[in-house]
Ligand binder design. Structure first.
Ligand SMILES: NC(=O)c1ccc[n+]([C@@H]2O[C@H](COP(=O)([O-])OP(=O)(O)OC[C@H]3O[C@@H](n4cnc5c(N)ncnc54)[C@H](OP(=O)(O)O)[C@@H]3O)[C@@H](O)[C@H]2O)c1
Length: 301
């Protein structure tokens, strides 16, 4: 029997984003793996290298950057952005990963039922089907709504939280838990996690519940203002919104289907965090307490 002493090389897509950054932080503590970071922006790659990291330019819209980025990679974290280009990006990336001999792909997907009709959920499922067909070992992460959206896209404005699925309850998960799951799975590798789907929906809350916990933690009066899919559509189609039209329509359909009940399952708990991490997932209250200072700063603007 031959035993390989080579450390597995892990490529983290999205290493400059909110999830990827935390994956890198956790994996850097593991001396038994080699990490490769990436960005489509040359200056971001240079900055990572100056910080002593192994980093490569990888642009999912430019397959000519794939071969060098993937050479020698054993495991890859596949994360795409908010655009329909995710389909072509992922197909071409998986093909290149196959040629490069990648042995495990951990994919960041969505919290969708198998027969969902919401466009951007469908795209994620088609990517997962393609990864499975490639023969590369796979693990899919299925997070529900990010708690951390409340610090960015849906942050309180003038002490008011606006959510676009009306008064529906949805499941929330902390980005730090998603990153911890991905990092642990990438570290333990395909022997432990091939062919597994992990679901992450820790706690179910409507907008009033969110506002009430945030009010308590910040000691401020935060209210909830329910809006509907048509408000979301107006927001993302406004000039300068920056939203890609196909993805924006997918987002609007998500709001519609959650609000009218077709995606009622978005308001359910399904929590695989303890199985992988051996600890409970962060509750909304715990997450909000961790981010109290950020909320106080946002509320003071
Ligand atoms: N928000 C939610 O509630 C929610 C729920 C479920 C799933 N998701 C999924 O979460 C994902 C977003 O994760 P995130 O919040 O960590 O992202 P993020 O903070 O917005 O960061 C996006 C990352 O993707 C990289 N990226 C974007 N386009 C790229 C390209 N063409 N080539 C290479 N890298 C590219 C960016 O790197 P550079 O700019 O440095 O190249 C950046 O590191 C999406 O796939 C979304 O579907 C979100």
């Amino acid at each position: 029997m031959t035993v390989s002493l080579k450390k597995p090389t892990i490529l983290v897509l999205g290493s400059t984003g909110q999830i990827g950054r935390l994956i890198v932080k956790q994996l850097e503590k593991n001396v038994d793996v080699r990490l490769r970071l990436c960005s489509r922006r040359r200056e971001a790659v240079e900055k990572l290298r100056e910080g002593g990291k192994e980093a490569v330019k990888l642009d999912l819209d430019d397959p000519s950057t794939f071969a060098l980025a993937l050479a020698g990679v054993d495991r890859a974290f596949l994360l795409t952005g908010y655009t329909v280009a995710m389909l072509t990006q992922s197909k071409t990336f998986v093909d290149a990963a196959k040629k490069a001999g990648v042995k495990h792909i951990v994919h960041l997907g969505i919290f969708g039922q198998w027969d969902t009709t919401d466009p951007h959920f469908v795209w994620h499922q088609m990517i997962e089907t393609y990864i499975k067909a490639s023969g590369i070992a796979w693990t899919n992460l299925h997070p529900n709504v990010f708690m951390d959206n409340l610090l960015s896209a849906t942050t309180p404005k003038g002490n008011k939280i606006i959510l676009y699925w009306g008064t529906a309850r949805v499941g929330w998960v902390a980005v730090s838990d998603i990153a911890a799951m991905a990092a642990t799975i990438l570290h333990q590798g395909p022997e432990a996690h091939d062919g597994r789907d992990y679901w992450m929906s820790t706690e179910v809350l409507d907008g009033s519940g969110v506002a009430s916990i945030l009010s308590e933690i910040t000691d401020r009066s935060i209210t909830f203002s329910p809006k509907g899919p048509e408000d979301f559509q107006a927001l993302v189609s406004a000039p300068g919104s920056g939203a890609e039209p196909w993805y924006a329509e997918g987002g609007t359909d998500f709001m519609r289907q959650v609000a009218d009940g077709r995606m009622g399952y978005i308001g359910t708990i399904r929590d695989d965090v303890p199985y992988v991490l051996g600890r409970p997932a962060l509750t909304f209250r715990e997450w909000a307490t961790k981010h109290k200072e950020e909320f106080l700063e946002i509320l003071s603007r």
